[in-house]
Design a protein around this ligand. Structure first.
Ligand code: HEM
Length: 407
């Protein structure tokens, strides 16, 4: 400062004085803003101590706010006999004899939050290709979801090496993948978009939902790369309700909306849920079902698809979705794990053809339209009937079938 005063003295009366004053003022403003930024950063990045759920009392929270709770998802035991080469995809056969539009949620065993299997490499390679080809169309994190994405990374860092120790090893600042050799930095400063890191770890697609002051949930972060029938770019930064109505989910407004909205607001960190669904697909593309149109078309849908010509082209797609509230930020994490196999392969399993046939035949008109019935029934229904008859001759009939949904 002394130097600056001397400088002013020597410039007194000179035309340079005004510009010198302006320069010094600008520097001071810059330094002051920098200081206030640092103060803000320190105060905002200070971790707030999580409170016991009772004291945090988030049940009575002002919508759009959340007090950090000290709940911790139990660290899971290693998955028994899990091996990336031999562990087969879980056989979700998530159809019932009668199809009903309901939320269809069940309590989730916390150990089962993330499911991986011997298709991990296939999913991973495809995701890497998707990232290269589509870039930020298939992932992203809005500023509102940044803290939640960091909490998600931390949750994965606790869960994955414990559950799948032969695949993931915890490191000082992230995790190492023992299969690919990839090293992931998972704490600040991050090296890439956090949802890109999430995508590299899992077979699942993942969405971060953030509550606003009206209690509506918005998709504020995600890595959606293998969804088959929908695109992140169409749903990003939109509400749960818009996400579903823009896709014409049958009976959403009458049978789902109210229940789902209540469920999301009331969801607590210790009570995560799962649900399963199923679709029939008329091609074998896991990432994008090309039958419903080119992914880059403005609009896509079953209406543009050609009817399937042979049952060999028909694939069964089933998602296992989990919904969890993170205890610190209160964000809701939605995971979507897809199981995908040829219909003909699945129909070798006892009771499957009859249950699937009954399920499809019970679809109402709006469900048929949403699920592309017109494009596959001519090949799928006769095939299923043939398999039902073959299995009935072997004694696999409804009377002998044990209820074991979703398997
Ligand atoms: C308890 C939570 C939820 C329930 C009960 C639910 C229910 C449904 C149902 C019934 C469908 C029709 C297909 C099916 O049977 O699965 C659907 C489709 C869909 N859901 Fe959800 N959902 C939930 C959460 C979410 C969340 C958090 C997202 C955020 C990404 C989401 C995104 C979608 C999308 C993108 C579709 C496809 C819409 C389309 O075809 O364009 N869902 N959901």
């Amino acid at each position: 400062m002394g130097l600056l005063i001397q400088l002013f003295d020597s410039l007194e009366g000179s035309p340079l004085q005004t510009s010198a004053i302006t320069a010094v003022a600008s520097v001071s403003i810059f330094i002051a803003s920098l200081a206030s930024l640092v103060v803000y950063y320190n105060s905002s990045s200070k971790t707030i101590k999580p409170l016991p759920a009772k004291i945090a009392n988030n049940k009575a929270r002002k919508l759009g706010t959340w007090k950090p709770e000290d709940y911790k998802l139990p660290v899971p035991p290693a998955y028994p006999e899990w091996d990336i080469k031999t562990f087969k995809p879980l056989p979700y056969r998530a159809f019932k004899h009668k199809y009903n539009v309901t939320m269809g949620i069940r309590n989730m065993d916390p150990n089962s939050w993330i499911e991986l299997d011997n298709e991990w490499n296939k999913f991973h390679d495809l995701k890497m290709k998707r990232i290269e080809e589509k870039g930020e169309e298939v992932y992203g994190t809005l500023p509102e979801a940044k803290a939640a994405s960091l909490e998600l990374l931390e949750e994965l860092r606790k869960f994955l090496p414990a559950r799948y120790p032969s695949l993931f090893e915890r490191t000082a600042d992230g995790m190492k993948n023992l299969e690919t050799g990839e090293v992931h930095r998972m704490v600040e400063p991050l090296l890439e978009d956090p949802m890109l890191t999430v995508a590299r770890l899992l077979q699942d697609d993942v969405a971060i939902m953030i509550e606003n002051e009206q209690g509506e949930y918005y998709l504020k972060g995600g890595c959606i790369m293998l969804a088959g029938f929908w695109r992140l770019k169409d749903k990003f930064n939109t509400s749960l309700s818009t996400i579903h109505t823009s896709g014409d989910v049958p009976k959403y407004n009458t049978h789902l909306k109210k229940g789902m909205e209540k469920f999301f607001v009331r969801l607590t960190p210790e009570a995560p849920v799962v649900r399963n669904n199923y679709f029939i697909q008329t091609d074998d593309n896991l990432d994008w079902s090309s039958s419903i149109g080119d992914e880059d078309n403005e609009t896509v849908g079953w209406y543009t698809a050609d009817p399937a010509k042979s049952v060999e082209k028909i694939w069964y797609r089933s998602e296992r979705q989990s919904v969890r509230r993170l205890p610190i930020t209160g964000a809701v994490i939605f995971t979507i794990r897809t199981y995908f196999l040829p219909l003909t392969e699945m129909c070798k399993e006892p009771y499957v053809p009859k249950r699937l046939l009954d399920g499809i035949e019970s679809w109402s008109d709006d469900v048929r339209e949403y699920r592309g019935y017109d494009k596959f029934y001519e090949v799928v229904l006769p095939y299923l009937r043939e398999k039902v008859a073959e299995q009935a001759a072997m004694g696999y009939t409804d009377e002998n079938e044990a209820e074991q949904y979703p398997f």
